[in-house]
Design a protein around this ligand. Structure first.
Ligand code: IMP
Length: 200
């Protein structure tokens, strides 16, 4: 079975392909296809964006597609940036811009009020069917400053519950095991395994 990952984000491709190593499953990425434009993430829920990405990529490639959308929900900011995490600091902003904006907004938040939740929603689109939605969350807190150079996005400022290190300071194998995306991918793996077994 072949599926296409509806992303060009190298950090995500690395995490997803590592987690979804399944015998009989070949993983393609958008780099295997020419002329597929970036899907505009204009829905106001993670589920809406993940479904939209999976459907558009399926439409263009005809392959089973898997898309994810992730948001960081910060308690002190009443759930922001959430679905707007990617462009939190404005159009064309960098990961660093987003992290610095968040740290600035959290400057007055004491240690007890730095709780946050990472949420990943995965959509898997099969021909002729509505996308299947799978979700994973990881609770944690926002660090006081940037720590660690591994990973991507908000990794340097997110400390998962039960750990002292930020995602950015952790080995990828550990992050994958405990993370929001890791948990959602665990569910996706089970789902894909069932599909592959059905096809046998
Ligand atoms: P999207 O799912 O690519 O739209 O991600 C939304 C925002 O969350 C982007 O700014 C990503 O960099 C960030 N993000 C997504 N997944 C992770 C992660 O695992 N760690 C840190 N930041 C992430």
């Amino acid at each position: 079975m072949e599926i296409v990952l509806a992303t060009r984000n190298r950090g995500k491709v690395k995490e997803i392909s590592k987690k979804l190593k399944i015998p009989g499953l070949k993983m393609l990425t958008l780099d295997d296809f020419k002329n597929i434009p970036e899907v505009v993430e204009d829905k106001n829920t993670l589920e809406g964006n993940a479904s939209k990405k999976a459907c558009e990529v399926h439409e263009r490639t005809k392959y089973i597609s898997l898309a994810d959308d992730t948001g960081l929900e910060v308690d002190f900011l009443k759930g922001a940036p959430g679905v707007y995490s990617a462009r939190f600091a404005g159009t064309g902003c960098t990961y660093l811009d987003n992290n610095l904006k968040l740290l600035k907004l959290m400057a007055k938040a004491p240690a007890s009020k730095r709780g946050a939740l990472f949420r990943t929603v995965i959509a898997v689109k099969l021909p002729g069917e509505k996308p299947v939605i799978l979700q994973g969350v990881c609770r944690g807190k926002i660090a006081l400053n940037l720590r660690g150079k591994k990973g991507f996005g908000y990794d340097p400022i997110f400390i998962p519950a039960g750990y002292k290190k930020t995602y950015g300071e952790m080995a990828l194998t550990l992050k994958n095991r405990i993370s929001h995306r890791g948990k959602a991918l665990e569910k996706a793996k089970k789902y894909l395994l069932k599909l592959i077994n059905k096809q046998k």
